[in-house]
Design a protein around this ligand. Structure first.
Ligand code: G4F
Length: 301
């Protein structure tokens, strides 16, 4: 953690505590605020629906209020120049049971989990603060973005770690849920670039960020095992305990607005991403003697 942090200075703040956010904004006097904080693991949002609403939904309100109060903005007083710019991490999970494909900034929402509902609240609220107070507040509607730093509970990392454990002889099986769901998976590094670009625009606007290509969980599994020279059919077991109460079957982005207005496009494709994650986990488990999973807590999701 320390190597990653470098010169970064940490300031305490809690999405459940309005005062702490006001203090943090007052102390730091930021030019830009990126709200990437959330309870972000979708299955957990059924187990802790109220907490998800508080953190992932109302947390956005508290950050916006901290910025508004510290900037001295009210309904009758617009922000002066040099205002704090705000980025909200909206999610493709808001599209849920999709009304059209691929999804654009105009596609209606039909969230399928308490997480998706909370994200839709944060999305609308960000738009509302922009319209009510003239704040530079924008949302990136990000599709799934992955890297070797992804948490072990999310399917890409669960698969890359699972493949590495099988390849190195620590496990024989990988237990997964719905293999027929499809996602538009991209590389997190590319998506962070898009977030930054969104806050450098003259006018605030929301953008869909994704690759425009969708793949099934089954395809992900097949490719990841193949990278390690294995056949997934010898190792993958479907386990009903990983099936969700309501599933988002298929997501696919139309990132045309981001390409046209931000000049953004992803540099790393699906195959390269999967190979990067499997190879990183093979290295990690080899160097840690197979104990790397201890660093990620439980992977029993
Ligand atoms: O990797 P996932 O858990 O990601 P999910 O639910 O799509 O959400 C992620 O992306 C969103 C952006 O669209 C973010 F907003 C959100 O915070 C998070 O980062 O699951 C992907 C798919 C699902 O359809 C799931 O049912 O993989 C399927 N899946 C099949 N077996 C599994 C498993 N997912 C997990 N986590 N574990 C499994 O064993």
């Amino acid at each position: 953690m320390r190597e990653i942090l470098g010169d970064v200075r940490l300031v305490r703040g809690d999405l459940l505590d309005q005062g702490s956010l006001i203090s943090a904004v007052e102390r730091v006097q930021p030019d830009e605020v990126y709200n990437l904080a959330a309870i972000s693991y979708v299955p957990m949002s059924w187990q802790q629906a109220e907490l998800t609403g508080e953190v992932t939904g109302l947390g956005v309100l508290r950050v916006l209020e901290a910025i508004r109060v510290c900037s001295g903005i009210s309904a009758s007083r617009s922000p002066s120049t040099g205002q704090i710019r705000f980025y909200q991490a909206s999610s493709s999970e808001m599209f849920g049971k999709v009304r059209e494909s691929p999804q654009t900034e105009q596609t209606p929402f039909h969230p399928r989990s308490p997480y998706g509902v909370a994200k839709a609240y944060g999305h609308h609220l960000t738009q509302n603060y922009r319209e009510s107070y003239g704040m530079f507040a924008v949302s990136g509607i990000l599709f799934n973005h992955e890297s070797p730093r992804r948490g072990a509970e999310f399917v890409t990392r669960k698969v890359s770690l699972g493949v590495a454990k099988v390849r190195l002889g620590y496990e024989r099986q990988l237990r997964l849920g719905n293999l027929s769901a499809s996602r538009d998976w991209g590389f997190a590094g590319d998506y962070v670039r898009a977030m930054h670009l969104m806050l450098q625009r003259d006018e605030p606007a929301d953008y869909v960020i994704g690759t425009g290509v969708t793949h099934g969980v089954g395809e992900l599994v097949e490719l990841a095992f193949a990278v390690a020279g294995l056949d997934w059919r010898d190792h993958v077991v479907t386990d009903a305990s990983f099936i969700r109460p309501a599933e988002v079957d298929r997501l696919c982005a139309n990132p045309a607005k981001a390409a046209g207005e931000l000049g953004w496009e992803p540099k790393i494709g699906f195959e390269e991403l999967v190979a990067m994650m499997v190879e990183a986990d093979l290295k990690l488990l080899t160097e840690s003697g197979g104990h790397a999973e201890d660093w990620f807590g439980s992977d029993a999701w």
